[in-house]
Structure formats: C-alpha cells, structure tokens
Ligand binder design. Structure first.
Ligand code: ATP
Length: 445
C-alpha cells in the first residue's frame, strides 16, 4: 500500500471515528451538508471547551501580565481598511478551464483535480487561468438597507479587536508595558480551497495573544513567546517529534511583520502550520493611531519617553489544534485478535475524565457504583456504564479518549477499593473513593 493511501486512510478513520463517537459531525448533514463546515458533537464540544480553558489558563490565569478580552465579531468597517485587510488580504486564485474548479495558485501541488483525484491540477492536463487576487473577507450588511454604506466585514482574525481596545485595557487594568491581551473567538475567511477536515475551514476559532513591548525589547520577547508556545504544546501532550519550527523568509513575511515563525505539525497530509508567532512591530498601533487620531503611544518611566509599542503576536487555531490533538492521539492495537482503537487524549483535555462500571449488574455493585459516580461527578466529567461485558465497556471508553476506568467488583463490597485502570499503561490499581478523587485531580491539573 502506498504512503499516500495510508495517510488518506488515517484521515478517513479519524473523520469516521469523530462522527461515530460524537466528536465532529458534518454541518447541516440532514440537508446534505455544507462544504467545509463542521459541528462539534457532545465529546467534541467538551474537548474544545477543555482545550480553550487549557490555553486561557496558560495565557492569562497563570500570569500577571496578560489580560483577557472578548471583542465583537462585527467591527467598524474602517478597521479593516486601516489594518490593510481590504487591500492586502488576498490569496492568488486560478480557475481550471476544463473542470471549472478553483484553486489557490500557491497551493497547487497539494490540491486535487476533482475529475482525476489522484492528480494535482498541475498534472491532470487541465488548462489553468492566470492567477487573480481574491479577497478572503466575508461581507454582510448591517441594518435594513443592503447598500455599500451599510456593508460590514465579518472579522477574518481576532487580533484587530485587541488593537482597537489597547487603550481601554491599558487604562482599566492599569497594566504597564510589557503586557499582553488574549482573546479566543471566531474568525471567518472565504478560503478558496478549504479542506482536510477541520484543518482549513471558512469559519474557525482563533486563540490569539498580542504582547505589547518597548521596541528595544522586541527580539527578547519574541524569543520568550516562541519558547512559551512550544512548551504549551508539550504540556498538552503533543508528540515533540511531530512538531517543528518554520521560519518565514523575506518572501513569505506578511506586510506587517519583522520576523515570523510557524509551529508546524506533521499531519497525515504533511507538515503544516499550526500556530504563528509574529513580530508585528508598531505597524498595527501606528496605523490605527493615524486613522483615528487617538494617541496610542505609551509613556514608559523606565525609558522616560513616549513610544508606540511593538507587538509580539501568538496566533493559534483552536480547531486546528483540536485536529492536531485527535491525529496525535489516534492509535490502533490488536488485542486478542481484534483491532482496537485508542484515542490517547491527555487527561487535561479529555472530554470524559473517568468512567465508572459495576463489574456485574447484581450483588449491590450498581448501587455502590452509582454512589461513586455521583461523588466524582461533583468535581469531574465522568460517565456511568453498566451495559454489556466489561471488556466492551473498556473498548468504548478507549475510543472516546477516556483516560481512566473505575470498576466496582466483589472486593469493593468488602473493603471499598475499586480498580482504576489506566488506558495507556493498562495498569490496574486498587483505590478508595477519596484516593481516586486525589489521583484524578492531579492528572487533570
Ligand atoms: P494559512 O497559511 O494556513 O492560511 P495563515 O498564515 O493565514 O494560515 P494566520 O492568519 O497566521 O494563518 O492565522 C493564525 C492561525 O489561525 C493559523 O496558524 C491557523 O491555526 C488558524 N487558521 C487560519 N486560517 C484558518 C482556517 N481557514 N481554518 C482553520 N484555522 C485557520
């Protein structure tokens, strides 16, 4: 079997597991779906919430120098003129004159011809048009009139909401530079070629942090945030061998950036960007200051001068990180001749932290198990299951990414200990309820 086939197989397996187990469903599926739009099911919604909390905790709660923000998706249209998005936020697009499909001119090698899916548009023999620039911003109308005067953009990134609130946050939080503002929120881009499941979609969520620094300290803070973000992925349990840095050369650098590095992950479809860390200089605040005539400079007692802060940005995709977690966690093992799937999700983000099973549905085991379940439920997301053979119950939880299963058996009724089985090591330990609570607490935090 070719390597390409294996990669496709893995993505297909993940997409199908996500649907089957309730991580991710195609959007509006009973209407035939809507291209590249996805809905998070019960397990996916929980996983996404845990992931966002994990990011928010690391980027704000555990720090004294980063404040949180939740800005509106719709912003004054001038913001997008000032930011350069109206004139610069383009991708080059080509059309195939043969099959009429549309592709990103800079991603032709990765694209597939709809008529000959084994070939890229460069190999299929179709005639391509010259590249044309295509603006990625979605537009809508605000109010009852549908004319240019009421046109607004649906934000293509969360960063601008942070820049326009720089003064507000600085004044209300009384933070001193260096400090940052973090935000998680939806962004929308009319991507020419979305695809690879939730990797590239037109509606997605970003987890962005903008850190404001003195211009003479930009490089120091750039390195600092690169290191922080790398460690965050390791804490999340991502395999370090599948992560690498990609430095943007002068040809790739965005119009606003002095330096940029991407964290890349090796997906089944190749190495791709997961997060960008950018030195945006004073580009953003200077532009907003010129456009609004508001003084966005900062007076720093250390330097006894007023200056426009430089910005170090860390910009991660929430859905893309979620895909990374799923791909990284997917594992298959043969047990007693049967192929079994294990989603080796970290307890920190796993949707269900533990499952509680009575070994059999008699002798008082379900009653004991239900009490344990209610006790754990006060603190953790847990799941109770008494149906079917215990082996099948383990298998279902392994597939759902649940890291621990707790089984109540005959011995429990004598000494109140239960077996706690670790999904990854398969080790079983006998513990009482208070010890289980302590154990889970440590694993999750
Ligand atoms: P790409 O080169 O993949 O289009 P980008 O360089 O335009 O990405 P940024 O503008 O730096 O991306 O956005 C920051 C992060 O937001 C990306 O690293 C990615 O994780 C996420 N992201 C960007 N576009 C999309 C999308 N269409 N779907 C899902 N996530 C996205």
């Amino acid at each position: 079997m070719s390597a390409k086939k294996n990669e496709n197989d893995l993505m297909e397996k993940i997409v199908s597991l996500c649907k089957r187990r309730g991580f991710v469903y195609p959007s509006s599926e009973i209407y035939g779906g809507l291209a590249s739009c996805w809905d998070y099911g019960p397990l996916g919604a929980e996983l996404k919430r845990n992931l966002k909390n994990f990011w928010w905790d690391a980027m704000t709660n555990r720090r004294d120098d980063v404040e949180g923000l939740d800005a509106a998706i719709l912003m004054h249209p001038e913001v997008w003129h000032t930011s350069g998005h109206v004139t610069e936020f383009h991708d080059p697009m080509v059309d195939c004159k043969t099959c009429k499909a549309r592709f990103r001119a800079d991603k032709l090698e990765e694209a597939r011809c709809p008529l000959k899916p084994s070939k890229s548009p460069l190999e299929c023999g179709g005639e391509l048009t010259e590249p044309r620039q295509f603006n990625l911003m979605f537009k809508t109308f605000m109010g009852p009139l549908e004319d240019e005067a009421s046109a607004v953009f649906i934000r293509p990134e969360t960063a601008q909401g942070i820049y326009v609130n720089f003064l507000n946050v600085k004044n209300s939080s009384r933070q001193k530079i260096p400090f940052g503002i973090a935000q998680i929120g939806k962004a929308f881009r009319n991507e020419i070629t979305p695809g690879n499941f939730i990797f590239r979609t037109r509606e997605f969520e970003q987890m962005e942090m903008q850190f404001f620094v003195h211009p003479s300290e930009d490089e120091k803070w750039f390195e600092y945030w690169r290191e922080q973000r790398w460690q965050w992925y390791l804490e999340l349990g991502i395999n370090e061998k599948k992560l690498r840095w990609h430095q943007h050369d002068s040809g790739e650098l965005a119009h606003y950036a002095k330096a940029a590095y991407d964290v890349e992950y090796e997906y089944p479809f190749g190495w791709q960007e997961l997060e960008g860390v950018h030195n945006r200089t004073d580009f953003d605040l200077s532009r907003h200051m010129a456009a609004t005539k508001k003084d966005l400079r900062y007076f720093d007692e250390r330097f006894t001068e007023k200056f426009i802060p430089y910005i170090i940005e860390t910009s991660a995709g929430c859905d893309r990180t979620l895909l990374t977690i799923l791909v990284d966690a997917y594992d298959e093992m043969e047990i007693k001749g049967e192929k079994r799937v294990f989603m080796r999700l970290s307890p920190k983000v796993a949707p269900i932290k533990a499952a509680v099973f009575p070994l059999v549905k008699k002798d008082g085991m379900p009653e004991f198990a239900i009490n344990v379940y209610h006790e754990l439920k006060k603190r953790f997301k847990v799941f109770y299951d008494e149906s079917g053979a215990v082996g099948r119950r383990y298998a279902r939880m392994d597939e759902a990414g649940c890291p621990f299963c707790i089984t109540i058996d005959g011995q429990t009724l004598e000494d109140e200990t239960m077996t706690l089985r670790d999904r990854d090591s398969m080790e079983q330990t006998r513990l009482k309820t208070p010890e289980i609570i302590e154990f889970l607490g440590k694993k999750i935090r």
